[in-house]
Design a protein around this ligand. Structure first.
Ligand code: NAP
Ligand code: GDD
Length: 345
């Protein structure tokens, strides 16, 4: 029988790459999705088949990390071999505006899922999407031994979840792992995260669809990898004989300014002609430098990133140029459309 995985956050950037990866390994994939008034399954539509189709291997279930009873029912119904908890309010800036909600979903949501596993008595392996944001103000490089100093409600919620995962491992012998992932990006990255905001804006500016790019702190440094490489690490953690916690990172760090510079350079533009700084995008407390040391994952899991920083920038610029061209074509043909190139009746 095919191994079965349950993914929360399957509609997100990582969820879509993970679902693809697990399908390629022969898994049956179940995903928890939230009901929304507009479609929120764009990133996984290419994987989905109607469940009446005998070849369907992706199954979606309505639910929410805020509702515990439903999570227990879902575990009973799916009986997964592996659970990947990627669902979260994942935006750091937004977590300052919605600290309680972020604590509820990103922190307590993890506990609800762990409790659902414990109560259901189902034997499964558990992956938690922990974050380099937990290191916060801790000086670089950061590894598994670096003490956490979170600088945001999001970071604090992830620290809570991290320790609950460790507690369930020790107290109930649950095979549970924390993947402490540093920033990872892709053409599927949400458009309000800085890399995607930059590649979207630069390509639209190039085609005359936008005039300015508004950003906040240009000097923050991040260790940016490719999301497709990082989901493989999640899988490898759950295949290992012992549950453990691992840092996943490239070991290189660049500032937001350097990212902007590279993107505009690739498009033969000078970013200084288009950039405006808007204090709205500054955070009450910032994480200045993230630079991960993933020696442990490289040694134990034999994991390493395949896509370089330059390749990542190229990939994102190319994909967003295609989107911008589609948008321009629609506009030139007289259609009203969103900046995603969707036409509006
Ligand atoms: P993302 O694109 O923002 O996706 C978040 C996912 O969580 C979406 O599928 C979203 O559903 C779902 N979600 C939000 N609230 C939920 C709720 N109340 N109940 C159930 N599901 C809910 O995030 P990502 O970049 O793929 O990241 C995946 C996970 O890794 C997150 O936990 C994030 O915090 C963590 N992480 C990310 C990075 C990174 O650099 N990307 C680094 C470290 C850790 P909708 O589509 O309905 O909104
Ligand atoms: N989003 C955003 N928008 N960030 C900006 C902007 C802007 O206009 N201008 C500057 N920045 C800076 C932020 O202040 C931050 O220092 C950096 O760009 C990266 O911001 P994000 O792309 O929003 O990512 P993040 O590092 O805060 O959080 C991401 O990575 C974490 C792992 O370290 C998210 O994916 C989290 O979910 C993840 O845990």
């Amino acid at each position: 029988m095919a191994p079965r995985a349950l993914i929360t956050g399957i509609t997100g950037q990582d969820g879509s790459y993970l679902a693809e990866f697990l399908l390629s390994k022969g898994y049956e994939v179940h995903g928890l999705i939230r009901r929304a008034s507009t479609f929120n399954t764009d990133r996984i539509d290419h994987l989905y088949k109607d469940f009446h189709d005998p070849s369907a291997r992706v199954f979606l279930h309505y639910g929410d990390l805020s509702v515990s009873g439903q999570l227990t029912d879902l575990l009973h119904a799916v009986r997964p071999d592996e659970v990947y908890n990627l669902g979260a309010q994942s935006h750091v800036r937004v977590s300052f505006d919605m600290p309680e909600y972020t604590g509820d979903i990103t922190g307590l949501g993890t506990l609800r899922l762990l409790e659902a596993i414990r109560k259901s008595g189902i034997k499964t392996r558990f992956y938690q999407a922990s974050s380099s944001e937990m290191f916060g103000a801790a000086p670089p490089p950061q590894n598994e031994g670096t003490p956490f100093q979170p600088q945001s409600p999001y970071g604090a919620a992830k620290v809570y979840a991290y320790y609950m995962v460790k507690n369930y491992r020790n107290a109930y012998k649950l095979f549970s792992c924390n993947g402490i992932l540093f920033n990872h990006e892709s053409p599927r990255r949400g458009e309000t995260f800085v890399t995607r905001k930059i590649t979207r804006a630069a390509t639209r500016i190039k085609l005359g669809l936008q005039q300015k790019l508004y950003l906040g702190n240009m000097e923050a440094k991040r260790d940016w990898g490719f999301a497709g490489d990082y989901v493989e690490a999640m899988y490898l953690m759950l295949q290992h004989e012992q549950p453990d916690d691992y840092v996943i990172a490239t070991g290189e760090t660049y500032s937001v300014r350097e990212f902007v510079e590279r993107v505009f350079q690739k498009l033969d533009m000078d970013y200084r002609d288009y950039l405006e700084i808007d204090s709205k995008y500054f955070r009450p407390t910032e994480v200045d430098v993230l630079l991960g040391d993933s020696t442990k994952a490289r040694k134990v899991l034999h994991w390493e990133p395949k896509v370089s920083f330059d390749q990542l920038v190229d990939m994102m610029v190319e994909a967003d140029m295609e989107l911008a061209e589609k948008e321009r074509t629609l506009r030139n043909a007289g259609y009203k459309c969103t900046h995603n190139g969707r036409s509006i009746p």
